[in-house]
Design a protein around this ligand. Structure first.
Ligand code: 13P
Ligand code: SF4
Length: 302
């Protein structure tokens, strides 16, 4: 069945000149059929340079929106329009307006896990791969508001030595990973290296040997001689790691770190999206133009 679906997808993507982009957390079948698999930064860079007419984005809504902001003349479609990110919905335009009013001179840095509307009100966008670099590029005399992820923000503050005004947002999936999970996995695999995503809580990050974005994880594993790794992030990440490093062993810090939003997409829905060229992601032009500035500033710095 799945072979038939893949054949149909391959035929349609050629006919319709479509590129399939997939995040590292997508189910293995989607990652295996994608033209490019990556982290939020890599995917937005791919979206910025593609020649394809259609972008089929397999991830969550804010990622597809970012692709649309960078490609206004292309059609951006997704397998499931309901695949959103709860963290992105933890701050809205009104809340950000109020926060900015409290700190009128502050520069606003916004994690890419946010809505297009929120991005249209900020100075810089960032991803987990480049957040410290973006903050370091800002005039040290300036106050900085960092939204919406307080855990990422807390880590960035430690990395850069800059005080940040944080918002109370977080990723519910990464928050499921607990320090006791790391202690238990270390007991089971004492030689394993611990790699954690900066969306994890500080108590988990303290126990990590390396803190990396999802693609940063792939890079650091390639650089190390170690054979065993404990991975503290969404469990979809185990697939690209095992695929790239079949000789190494990867253990999830917690098997319940499974993002239900990322998993709303399936191979069947991907095929239907290609057949019907919908659901389509739309960003109103006035919002797109403003949001683009913060994304372009990020791409230029990184
Ligand atoms: P990265 O792939 O950029 O590390 O982001 C992780 C994430 O939570 C995406 O929703
Ligand atoms: Fe959002 Fe967390 Fe899911 Fe990423 S893993 S899409 S941050 S809820």
């Amino acid at each position: 069945m799945s072979k038939e679906i893949v054949e149909k997808i391959n035929k349609l993507r050629k006919e319709k000149n479509a590129i399939i982009l997939a995040h590292n957390y997508q189910v293995p079948e989607i990652q295996d059929v994608a033209d490019f698999v990556g982290d939020s930064l890599g995917l937005s860079q791919k979206a910025a340079e593609t020649e394809a007419e259609i972008i089929l984005f397999c991830g969550v809504h804010f990622m597809a929106e970012t692709a649309k902001i960078l490609n206004p003349d292309k059609k951006v479609i997704v397998p499931d329009i309901n695949a959103g990110c709860p963290m992105a919905n933890m701050i809205n335009v009104r809340q950000l307006k109020r926060l900015k009013e409290k700190h009128p001179d502050a520069i606003v840095v916004c994690y890419v896990n946010s809505t297009a509307e929120v991005k249209s009100m900020v100075d810089y966008c960032c991803t987990s791969a480049n957040a410290p670099k973006i903050v370091n590029a800002i005039d040290p005399k300036k106050e900085i508001i960092f939204i919406p992820d307080k855990y990422l923000g807390n880590w960035v503050s430690k990395e850069t030595g800059r005080e940040l005004i944080l918002w109370n947002g977080f990723c519910p999936t990464h928050r499921r990973i607990l320090p006791e999970n790391i202690i238990q996995r270390k007991k089971e695999h004492p030689n394993a290296i611990v790699i954690a995503h900066p969306e994890c809580i500080p108590e988990v990050l303290e126990k990590a040997d390396y803190i990396r974005s999802t693609s940063g994880m792939l890079k650091v594993v390639a650089e190390l001689d170690a054979e065993e790794f404990i991975i503290a992030t969404e469990i979809g990440m185990l697939h690209p790691l095992a695929k790239k490093h079949p000789d190494k062993k990867f253990y999830p810090a917690s098997k319940i770190a499974d993002c239900p939003n990322m998993k709303l997409n399936s191979l069947e829905k991907l095929l239907w999206a290609l057949e019907d060229l919908k659901p389509e992601v739309i960003v109103p032009e006035d919002i797109r133009e403003k949001a683009l500035k913060s994304i372009e500033r990020m791409i230029n710095i990184s």
